[in-house]
Design a protein around this ligand. Structure first.
Ligand code: J2J
Length: 545
């Protein structure tokens, strides 16, 4: 079988021309900007983790030797490489190395397991899988072994590159290097692929170009007033779009600042790093912000360097938001973004009322935002409606997914975010919920359908519906309502969860709660959609609490 075509991202020519003319797309690639920073600031620290302190010159040198090694291995321009690395310095030598070689990273999270990685490899037509030997008690070489074993012998070979002890795989530290050719990436090429939160079924692939993505984090860095003196703490998993680009690690490197990596977002891991490195800004999801707010008054660490705490990924309640300034003595910035593009920020100098009560406004004057009703008509100002958007860093299509593209994009190219928002008179957005059926579990998006499909494969399960339940700490948790197969032994909830884990899925997707039910009451009308069924089960469950 031929490998699938390279991911592309196409804006209509008049839009592309406008985005260039307005200076959003500047014709710069990732390699261009790293080379520029290394020339301007060779001795400034770029990336710090527990084992490494790399200057910009060192980061460039390491990225170039990685690039030479990838090409030496026989990987070719345009090949996709699924990258699964945690918060460590090598993430950046690998990723900038891939960019320099014209290879396209597909960003997996450390929490992903065989089921997800298999999908990313297949869907992107990846030529390689790159991971660390181990992380957080998990051995990624075992995952790689399963990938290789189950691979169709007719499929093109999948290379496995391992950071650390490679065992039978190719060690990242000993690649056969070839001289690097001149760089020939085009700024309108797809630079990498992000993974969607996924509202229906499996995650979709999001191709992002150099032009559009660099614009998003360059403008984000400006909004966040990043400079050479900024120190960004990567506390969330850095492959996620929020800590990567809003303005995240890339925005910080673009500004010539320093990225400090924490292996965990817990106060125990992060607070000492804030003190030691003089961290000025970081980003968290709401449940972690809550943990930090509780831990800060008791810590012996000096957190006074922290100027900005960003919170995003899920709804931050105004009551908790109001505690950030008095407790942490820094500015809260709410961030409402998505890997597909559009990112909204409260501005650092906004009134406290705006910072506490809204999820911000878009980055760009050319972000088009529509708030519409069921028939696609704009709702009156201040009323809730579905958020549609189009703009200079919002994708026009997912990779190789006609069904999802038909559902997610309007004929004139607006992305259907699936979010329900209100737009205030001042232009700020307030997120009010979801139109789709996914669970936003502490910022991790889980597709109800994907989990239902797993559980339906269990021999003791007749039918299942997965819903989100409000949760004091997580924001939302997942609950699976399961009808046991008649005649079969009743499945035990703990056994069902263990079985899900054993199938190799990210831990955050294992249902938090499993409730066995006899049947789903179907209405007199007979046929109910999954969507209605889930809504009814959720309402009944909450009413019974
Ligand atoms: C409510 N819901 C939010 C918020 C995201 C910056 C910040 C976050 C993401 C992200 C990102 C929310 N309040 N403040 O990529 O660059 C929900 C919405 C949205 C979905 C996108 C970034 N911030 N959300 O979370 O692709 O439902 O990106 O559509 O993971 O998260 O999820 P994701």
């Amino acid at each position: 079988t031929a490998s699938s075509p390279s991911p592309r991202q196409i804006w209509p020519e008049d839009f592309a021309a406008r985005y260039r003319a307005r200076g959003y797309w500047r014709g710069e690639t990732f390699s261009d900007f790293l080379r520029a920073r290394a020339a301007e600031l060779p001795d400034n620290l770029a990336v710090v983790d527990a084992a490494n302190r790399w200057t910009y010159a060192e980061l460039l040198r390491r990225a170039e030797s990685m690039a030479a090694g990838f090409l030496g291995l026989g990987l070719r321009r345009g090949d996709r490489v699924v990258v699964q690395l945690g918060n460590r310095a090598e993430f950046f030598s690998v990723v900038f190395g891939l960019f320099r070689a014209g290879l396209v990273p597909v960003f997996a999270l450390p929490a992903h397991r065989l089921t997800e990685i298999r999908h990313f490899v297949a869907k992107s037509g990846a030529a390689a899988y790159l991971a660390a030997d181990r992380g957080d008690g998990f051995d990624y070489r075992m995952l790689a072994r399963s990938l290789i074993l189950e691979r169709d012998t007719a499929a093109p070979p999948l290379r496995v590159l391992i950071l650390g002890e490679a065992e039978e795989f190719t060690p990242l530290h000993a690649l056969p290097m070839v001289p690097l050719p001149e760089e020939d990436a085009s700024p309108s090429d797809v630079a990498f692929v992000q993974i969607s939160g996924g509202s229906t079924g499996l995650s979709k692939l999001i191709p992002r170009t150099h032009d559009d993505y660099i614009y998003s984090f360059r403008a984000s860095a400006e909004i966040c007033a990043l400079s050479l003196r900024s120190v960004y703490l990567g506390a969330l998993p850095i492959a996620h779009n929020f800590p990567m680009s809003s303005p995240g690690t890339f925005g910080t490197l673009y500004a010539g600042g320093r990225v400090v990596l924490s292996p965990s977002p817990s106060p125990e891991a992060a607070f000492p790093l804030i003190e030691r490195e003089g961290v000025t800004i970081t980003g968290l999801v709401p449940p972690l912000a809550l943990l930090w707010l509780d831990a800060a008054p008791k810590t012996k660490h000096d957190l006074s360097s922290l100027q900005v705490l960003q919170v995003g990924g899920a709804k931050f309640t105004p009551e908790v938001a109001a505690r950030v300034r008095p407790v942490l003595r820094c500015t809260l910035q709410q961030v409402f973004g998505m890997a597909e593009g559009l990112v909204n920020y409260t501005r650092l100098d906004d009134a406290e009322e705006v910072i506490v009560n809204t999820q911000g406004r878009p980055i760009s004057p050319d972000d088009e935002v529509l708030v519409v009703d069921d028939s696609g008509e704009p709702v009156p100002e201040g009323e809730p409606g579905y958020l549609l958007t189009r703009g200079p860093y919002t994708i026009r299509a997912y990779h190789d997914d006609p069904g999802a593209n038909a559902r997610s994009f309007t004929a004139d190219g607006f992305y259907h975010t699936g979010d329900i928002v209100r737009r205030r008179a001042d232009g700020y957005l307030v997120v009010g919920g979801r139109a789709g059926d996914h669970i936003n579990r502490a910022g991790e998006k889980i597709s109800a359908e994907e989990i239902e499909d797993h559980l339906l494969a269990h021999p003791q399960v007749f039918d299942v519906a997965v819903v989100s339940i409000p949760d004091e700490y997580l924001g939302e948790r997942s609950c699976a309502f399961v009808i046991p197969r008649s005649g079969a032994e009743r499945p035990r909830p703990t056994a069902l969860k263990a079985w899900m884990r054993a199938r190799g899925i990210a831990e955050f997707k294992v249902p938090d709660q499993v409730v066995l039910v006899e049947r789903f009451d179907t209405t007199a009308a007979g046929k109910t959609s999954r969507k209605e069924l889930r809504a009814r089960l959720r309402a009944e469950f909450l009413a019974a609490q």
